[in-house]
Design a protein around this ligand. Structure first.
Ligand code: C2E
Ligand code: MG
Ligand code: MG
Length: 608
């Protein structure tokens, strides 16, 4: 049985090779230690105010020690990841000394006992972040200080320190064991490296840090060439031994702040928190040379705004190309973006994009507005003529679509409330376009929930438009996400229906509430010829499946009349209204509301 070893990847150069577990990053340590210091300081200050004025100790010293702890805590929180892991060990020791001084100088034995309970803080911090050896040293130090100082006061019996000391040992031990058990879920038991789960967690933390600090992490994915034949010809034991050897070689080679993981069977991932693509290629080549087996590598680097999964998928493309090119090589899949994408990142971050709205009208109710479709609008400085479709494509190709769509959804839900207020007599539906790339993300439903919660737009009035081609590919996560959203009341429309590849039979099983008939069908309705027969078929299909169709791109009265005669009930297009900014549409809807009130009043008068 192989002994599980801890990953050394997260330590600073010169720090002990084995840290207790994956979450022990400099930032987490600094915030935890800082928080405990500050909390201890605040409680200590309060006690120094409340304790008796006369007594054996000195309240002033207790107050100074407590104030010092608050300052230390605040400093640590501000310094964050600039504090080296080794410094934390010194800081926990300093904390223990401050508690000891406060206990010694407190003017009442009861206050001294209360202050002694803070030794638990030191034990928790040490057990959580340090190796067992270092944590034990800190706990023993805390216990000795606790027993010693309470005895030295002379106003307490020798056993007074037993409870705080015992609690310190017990809590430290339990926290240490639980933290290590939880951490084992992130570690690959064969190699002792992080596993995929642990790596993804670290990737998330590192990208959040890079966003704050402006660093540019690089990522390398390795895949051992022909590893399957090692397993097949020499057996799985030999395969395991090869994987361990590779992990050992690379661990020895990589000192410092690097995150190495076994990402899959014979796949390894290496995250380099701040490294250029060129330096990462050199490192990948060195690592490949270090092992006896052939190995392919894909290299890429992170750009602000990109998700972790997008970064991994780009490195994967590099790896795939390395294999295609004949294996045993490194291929760079550069993250350098085209200028339009760089400009778009800025626009999303500064929220200088706009959203326009196009009404969706009822053909059976005299053109009454029943909803709006949100469409993103952006004028690029470098390419002013770029179309919305191109903007969406650039966003998709450069990992920006999730951010773009989140911005549009948020803005649309907020503006939706304004539009709804202008037309209070009927609930409006709000159609928002969704990229298929986003739909496959696991936390997609959570993101929609968050926007709905933040804006207060009702789920039952939201329709997500997904293009047919996206739904046609075999993506169970996308289908599951759509199912979950529907369970919350959100409805789904298949956009550009008729241009994709969906077989009609699939429509029955797809999570769908509306079909949006592609504008190309409507364009073919001209006064010169017969209406295309397919339009009639789709109208019948809509009735038999119980799926309302929204006809897109209606540009003239003739097309509208033909659609009505074929039984279509909903439409959208320039004939009714161009996409407009929210203010202009509010005006239009207010007029519509006033007109419908007038006609209702007229109806009432005529009736009576
Ligand atoms: P779509 O969802 O099918 O949107 C309808 C498109 O048809 C819009 O183009 C709209 O301006 C245009 N349109 C409306 N009425 C007429 C008409 O009578 N005749 C003609 N010829 N066109 C009409 P737009 O705004 O350029 O958007 C193009 C596509 O870009 C959209 O097609 C949608 O797939 C995508 N898109 C737009 N906004 C977003 C967004 O926020 N997120 C995502 N993921 N995609 C978006
Ligand atoms: Mg659409
Ligand atoms: Mg469409």
């Amino acid at each position: 049985m192989n002994k599980v070893r801890r990953p050394p990847g997260l330590s600073e150069p010169g720090a002990p090779a084995r840290v207790p577990f994956a979450v022990a990053t400099s930032t987490v340590m600094a915030r935890t230690t800082g928080g405990l210091y500050a909390m201890g300081g605040i409680l200590g200050t309060t006690l120094s105010i409340l304790m008796p004025h006369d007594g054996p100790g000195n309240r002033g010293v207790v107050a100074v020690a407590a104030f010092g702890a608050i300052c230390f805590g605040a400093g640590l929180a501000v310094l964050g990841d600039r504090v080296r892991p080794r410094t934390h060990q010194v800081l926990v020791g300093v904390g223990t000394i401050l508690i000891t001084i406060a206990c010694h100088q407190s003017t009442s034995p009861i206050a001294a006992l209360a202050l002694a309970s803070f030794y638990v803080f030191a034990a928790c911090d040490a057990s959580f972040f340090f190796s067992w050896l270092n944590a034990s040293v800190q706990i023993v130090f805390a216990v000795v200080c606790c027993m010693g100082v309470l005895l030295a006061r002379g106003d307490l019996p020798w056993w007074a320190g037993l409870v705080p000391a015992g609690v310190t040992v017990a809590v430290g031990g339990v926290v240490g064991v639980l933290a290590r058990l939880a951490s084992d879920a992130d570690i690959d038991s064969l190699t002792g490296l992080l596993n995929r789960r642990g790596f993804d967690r670290m990737l998330h933390l590192e990208l959040a840090r890079a966003t704050r600090t402006g660093q540019r992490p690089a990522l390398i994915l390795f895949d051992l060439d022909r590893f399957k034949s090692v397993n097949d010809e020499l057996g799985h034991r030999s395969g395991d031994a090869v994987l361990q050897k590779v992990a050992d070689e690379w661990q020895q080679m990589l000192g410092g702040n690097r995150i190495l993981a076994r990402y899959g069977g014979d796949e390894f991932a290496l995250l380099l928190p701040d490294m250029s693509e060129q330096a990462a290629i050199t490192l990948a080549d060195d690592m490949r040379e270090r092992i006896a087996l052939g190995c392919s590598a894909g290299v890429t680097s992170w750009q602000p705004g990109e998700s972790g999964s997008f970064l991994v998928s780009r490195a994967d493309v590099g790896l795939y190309r390395a294999k295609q090119a004949g294996r045993n090589r490194t291929v760079l899949e550069s993250s350098r973006r085209p200028p339009l994408a760089v400009e778009l990142v800025e626009a999303i971050a500064r929220e200088t994009l706009d959203v326009h709205y196009q009404p969706i009208v009822s053909l059976t109710d005299g053109g009454a507005t029943i909803g709006v479709e949100a469409l993103v609008r952006w004028t690029s400085v470098t390419q002013p003529s770029v179309t919305t479709q191109e903007v969406v494509r650039v966003a998709e190709e450069n990992g920006l679509i999730a951010n773009l769509d989140r911005f549009v959804l948020y803005r649309a839900c907020r503006d939706g409330l304004e539009l709804q207020a202008a037309l209070p007599d009927r609930p409006l539906i709000l159609n928002v376009n969704v990229s298929g790339l986003e739909l496959v993300e696991k936390d997609y439903v959570g993101r929609i929930d968050e926007v709905l919660r933040a804006t207060g737009w009702p789920a039952a009035q939201l329709v997500l438009e997904v293009t047919e081609s996206v739904l046609d590919v075999n993506t169970p996560t996308a289908i599951a996400n759509l199912g979950e959203l529907r369970a919350r009341g959100v409805r789904i429309a298949i956009d550009d229906f008729g241009t994709g590849y969906s077989s009609l039979s699939r429509l029955k099983t797809l999570p769908t509430d509306f079909l949006k008939l592609d504008g190309s069908f409507i364009t073919s309705i001209t006064s010169e010829g017969e209406a295309p027969p397919l339009l009639e078929v789709i109208a019948l299909l809509s009735v038999s499946l119980g799926l309302p169709v929204i006809a897109e791109g209606v540009e003239n009265q003739f097309q509208a009349a033909v659609l009505s005669s074929l039984g279509y009930s909903l439409a959208q297009g320039y004939y009714y209204c161009n996409p407009q900014p929210v203010k202009a549409l509010v005006e239009r809807l207010s007029k519509e509301a006033a007109a419908s009130q007038r006609s209702a009043a007229r109806g009432l008068i005529e009736h009576s």
